[in-house]
Design a protein around this ligand. Structure first.
Ligand code: PGA
Length: 250
């Protein structure tokens, strides 16, 4: 069964004490309600253990990246096994900021996805086009290539463990959200690609999140679309009330 998920992506924000406070606030807000979606927070590596200690079962924990190597002499890297050992169960992979600023390629991401799965982590795999690709109409091809190159060598069983996040790069942190119809168009396209490759059941069961300037005021309209199964939330996840405003949009 397809799950609805609202996941926060804190990016490189908050110190550990600030992050623990924010996580505690989200956790406390969740205690009082029964959300119609799974709720996850994606936090910096440094925060994982401390945040895990202050959250309950209702709040999932994610890293924002992991290494493309299992272990060894890779100074400064953090492995999927290390992430899993903190109690985190998700990892955001292929975020456009990682692709753009840190040169992550389809091949690197394929290795990261494999290691995440081997270590029992659920990858939240991000895809999305830049403005130029939106404007010149190549965005379907771009998104297809991102999915095919990093994910379509997986078995159907492994593919079924992945969450996708469509994040048009022109909508990230810009305040310029894709319209609900634009999101639905791409989400339906992605689900169609999955159906062609893995069959209707796997496609139906895959959670596809939307990300890019999602906020309480536009979340409901986005989440009402049949193929939009939740959101990956950047800026609005840094305030417990606005994040919860998105969670309760379901
Ligand atoms: P934003 O970021 O909500 O601040 O646009 C979303 C993301 O990058 O995951």
């Amino acid at each position: 069964m397809r799950k609805n998920i609202v996941a926060g992506n804190w990016k490189m924000n908050t110190t550990v004490p600030e992050g623990v406070k924010l996580a505690s606030e989200v956790n406390a807000a969740l205690e009082g309600i029964t959300p119609k979606c799974d709720v996850v927070i994606g936090v910096p590596f440094t925060h994982l253990t401390a945040v895990k200690a202050v959250i309950g079962e209702k709040l999932g924990l994610s890293a924002e990246n992991c290494a493309d190597k299992a272990k060894g002499a890779y100074t400064g890297e953090v492995s999927a096994a290390m992430v899993a050992s903190t109690g985190a169960t998700y990892v955001i992979l292929g975020h456009s900021e990682r692709r753009q600023y840190y040169g992550e390629t389809a091949a690197t991401l394929k290795d990261k996805v494999a290691l995440a799965l081997e270590n029992g982590l659920c990858p939240i795999f991000c895809i999305g086009e830049v403005l130029e690709e939106r404007e010149n109409g190549t965005y379907f091809d771009v998104i297809k290539a991102q999915i095919v190159e990093s994910l379509f060598d997986l078995s159907a069983e492994d593919f079924g463990k992945i969450v996708l996040a469509y994040e048009p790069v022109w909508a990230i942190g810009t305040g310029k959200t894709a319209t609900a119809d634009q999101a639905q168009e791409i989400h339906a396209f992605i689900r169609g690609l999955i159906a062609e490759k893995y069959g209707n059941q796997v496609a139906d069961d895959t959670t596809i999140l939307y990300g890019g300037s999602c906020k309480p005021s536009n979340a409901k309209e986005l989440f009402e679309k049949p193929d939009v199964d939740g959101g990956l939330i950047g800026g609005a996840a840094l305030d417990a009330a606005s994040f919860m405003g998105i969670v309760t949009a379901f």
